[in-house]
Design a binder for this molecule. Structure first.
Ligand code: F6P
Length: 368
């Protein structure tokens, strides 16, 4: 494939810190290094269906390196292969990918960059199979995209979540309480695991390790025997409560992934209060962890990913995603990485380390 002269870029899925930094790098590398034109589509894939776009040059991305979110807008509801339509016989869905292809042709765009999580990258891959040159840039606070060591946004969310653990510790200690902090992550436990470890959380509950209430309570009571009159519990929103399963906050019908999780901290706090001699308070960190300025790590990662993705298109590459492996930025096949999410390995090094320092995962009653 020849090198594109005019590329499109779309920021899709849930927003996160570092998307703008990636956009800035894309535009600057495309214009400065490769002499390309860049068009940004608005509000995720919705902009490609409705042909809502804006040209992007140096001036348009000035000052956005440190800005959270995305100046293009994002959406985690719009899939051009499944667009909701009202029919006389009720709600239905239509494949409007042809419209996306026409939009790209109309603009003279010969390469598309998708800044997205697994859902958006999967849409990108499907567009690629329809003949569009597509390169993916992985972003999501959840860090669940396989093939890369880390995604844009994770470090920023982790930083906010860790600070939340730190702040809860002082109030938990003063009042001799159990504090339950719920963090995001969808069906994986990366934010909970790493914020729990970085903040010195006493209990970490993640979807990958099924837990029991009695084992969590036993861990807290064991701390009491050692003179610790408070505990911090970090729970991933996707952790499964015994008997109840995952706690669903909302179903967003038109979304490619309609289930919105949330509320596990309430169920957990209620169950624990009956088992431990402390007051139990809960807080869901929610979208606070998805907002704000990206950390230096995310700014760097986004800049490296953005420039590398443009270079991939310039080389005539397509169907790949840029990825961090060790300290190197590499290109990996989207077909290989999007098959299944990157989950925490319950036998992996991080969990092993956590267990070795006494972190409670609620799956076993530790001998004291
Ligand atoms: O995928 C990112 C994420 O923030 C998840 O951690 C969370 O479950 C979901 O998006 C929340 O989605 P929404 O912004 O639609 O509530």
């Amino acid at each position: 494939m020849s090198s594109p002269r005019h590329i499109g870029v779309v920021t899709a899925g849930g927003d996160c810190p570092g998307m703008n930094a990636a956009l800035r790098a894309v535009v600057r590398a495309a214009v400065h290094r490769h002499g390309m034109r860049v068009t940004g589509f608005l509000d995720g894939f919705a902009g490609l269906v409705a042909d809502l776009s804006r040209p992007l040059g140096f001036d348009d991305v000035a000052g956005i390196l440190t800005q959270g979110g995305t100046i293009l807008g994002a959406s985690n509801r719009d899939d051009p292969f499944r667009v909701p339509v009202d029919r006389p016989d009720g709600r239905g869905y239509e494949d409007r990918s042809d419209v996306v292809l026409s939009t790209l042709v109309r603009h003279g765009i010969d390469g598309l960059l998708v800044v997205g999580g697994d859902g958006s990258l999967t849409i990108g891959r499907r567009l690629e199979s329809r003949g569009v040159a597509v390169v993916g840039i992985p972003k999501t606070i959840d860090n669940d995209v396989a093939g890369t060591d880390v995604t844009i946004g994770f470090d920023s969310a982790l930083t906010v979540a860790t600070e939340a653990v730190d702040r809860l510790r002082t109030t938990a200690a003063s009042h001799h309480r159990v504090m339950v902090l719920e963090v995001m992550g969808r069906n994986v436990g990366w934010i909970a695991l790493e914020a729990g470890l970085a903040g010195g959380g006493d209990v970490i509950l993640i979807p990958e390790i099924p837990f029991r209430y009695d084992a969590v309570a036993a861990g807290i009571l064991d701390r009491v025997r050692r003179g610790r009159r408070f505990s911090i519990v970090v729970v991933a929103e996707g952790a499964r409560c015994p008997g109840d399963g995952t706690v669903v906050r909302q179903i967003v019908e038109d979304s490619p992934d309609p289930v919105r999780l949330g509320g596990v901290c309430v169920v957990l706090a209620h169950a624990l209060e009956a088992l431990v001699p402390f007051e139990v308070r809960h807080v869901a960190l929610g979208h606070v962890q998805r907002g704000g300025s990206p950390t230096p790590f995310d700014r760097m990662l986004a800049t490296r990913f953005g420039a590398a993705a443009v270079a991939a298109l310039a080389d005539g590459d397509s169907g790949c995603m840029v990825a961090l492996r060790g300290d190197r930025i590499e290109r990996v096949s989207m077909a290989d990485v999007l098959a299944k999410p990157r989950r925490v390995d319950p036998q992996g090094e991080r969990v092993t380390v956590a267990r070795s320092i006494g972190t409670i995962f609620g799956d076993e009653i530790a001998a004291s």
